[in-house]
Design a protein around this ligand. Sequence first.
Ligand code: SF4
Length: 185
Amino acid sequence: MGRSLPVLNFPALAGTLGSIQQQVSQFFTPSPTIPAPHDGRTVDDFKPYLIALNLTKRCNLKCDHCYLDATTKSAGGDDELSTEECYKLIDQIAQVNKGCLLVITGGEPLVRPDILDIARHAVKLGFMVVFGTNGMLINDRMAKELVEIGVMGMGISIDSLDPQKHNRFRGVPGAWEAALAGIDP
Ligand code: SF4
């Protein structure tokens, strides 16, 4: 004798499905105590106040920890923005908040030949401009030019008080000495 077929109890099944549907719709319905997405906040509440622009992968150091693998001194790679594209990007940021702090960095931004023009463009639009740099290319002339443009500060990384540790970490002999000379050109 064969096994009997299962009996489907449609009214019971419909009841179960109805209950699941109710639970799902309760799950997705926002609770009145949670603020709705349109709670009076405007686009001004989401303005960026600090933007870091990694404008090149070129660098004169070879740090083990480099997050950009920035080791090419001569060219920035296929994805590097042109000068005009950098201007356009900065113009677009200005439409959102031209009062924000703009960190120009890389790679090593000062390896890029047009970087002072880009900084000048940003300062003219009203941005507070600072650089993130390894400091090795700052000499007296460069420091004066940065001041004249209106750049507000240079963030220079020193990894150790011990020059050997810094140089080993940065992959280039003399990097510590050059960074300190950049701090006090
Ligand atoms: S100085 Fe910065 S950009 Fe250059 S290799 Fe080191 S971490 Fe990368």
